[in-house]
Design a binder for this molecule. Structure first.
Ligand code: MG
Ligand code: MG
Length: 256
């Protein structure tokens, strides 16, 4: 079965380090979110991310990732771009856009990873709802991340929230376990049946990341080999947190 493999169990000491990495990611989010405005380039947002990483003694898990090596510390994906957009001084935000920012940080070898989507200036209310439903889907997933529940419960929570909100779910891209690598097995799909898949255990740390579209969710990869867009041009939203399945319930590690 696709996601039957259980995620690794972390010790409280390991989770404490991941919490520190998560706080760095949250600070990147806070500073980048504060700078999002018409006329600002995604390259400028990337430089803000770099400043936070270096000021906290962290390193980037995005910079140099995979092949071709990813050139930024953030992914910046506007409008119909779903994920993995390359930040650039040539990509300038305009009034009415939305921008998804995904970034991460490593502290003492342990990773954090989180994403948000924000409006730029004055945005169509239907698109603002896309962002809201994406965040609601993520929070619905966090709620079921209790020991004894199953990985399928996470995907079910994301998918049912998305569909109830009139949005569609991108297929082929998933969340993941996270630890001493950013992407660890198992994948955490954004679709699933409740009560299926591996059981969640106290000490699991998972990055859950709904990617929703207002319209047709089929995707295409651009020639830069990174940027994932909707084939239809319909707009997409992305939200992600790194979440610890704790003894007293779920804890979002990528919060301030
Ligand atoms: Mg991410
Ligand atoms: Mg991720």
């Amino acid at each position: 079965m696709l996601f039957s493999r259980a995620a690794a169990v972390r010790t409280p000491e390991q989770v404490a380090v991941m919490r520190r990495a998560g706080r760095v990611v949250a600070e990147m989010h806070e500073k980048i979110r504060g700078a999002i405005a018409p006329g600002v380039s995604t390259g400028a947002l990337d430089r803000i991310g770099r400043e936070v990483i270096s000021s906290r003694g962290a390193t980037s898990n995005f910079l140099g990732y995979a092949m071709p090596p990813f050139p930024g510390v953030i992914c910046a994906s506007p409008n119909s771009m779903v994920v993995h957009g390359i930040p650039s001084d040539d990509v300038v935000l305009r009034d009415g856009d939305i921008i998804s920012i995904d970034c991460g940080a490593i502290i003492d070898g342990w990773h954090g990873d989180a994403a948000f989507t924000a409006p730029v200036g004055d945005v169509d209310p239907a698109i603002l709802r896309l962002i809201d439903v994406t965040e609601a889907a993520l929070l619905a997933a966090v709620e079921v991340m209790v020991a004894g529940n199953r990985i399928g419960d996470i995907g079910h929570a994301v998918e049912s929230t998305a569909l109830a909100g009139g949005m569609s779910v991108v297929e082929g891209y998933t969340g993941h376990a996270i630890g001493q690598a950013m992407h660890e097995a198992p994948n955490i799909p954004n679709q699933g049946q409740a009560g299926t898949g591996a059981k969640l255990r106290v000490g699991n740390v998972l990055a859950v990341e709904p990617m929703l579209v207002l319209g047709d969710p089929e995707t295409a990869l651009l020639d830069d080999d990174w940027s994932v867009v909707t084939a239809s041009g319909d707009w997409a939203s992305h939200a992600e947190h790194t979440i610890y399945v704790g003894p007293n319930g779920p804890e979002i590690l990528t919060l301030p």
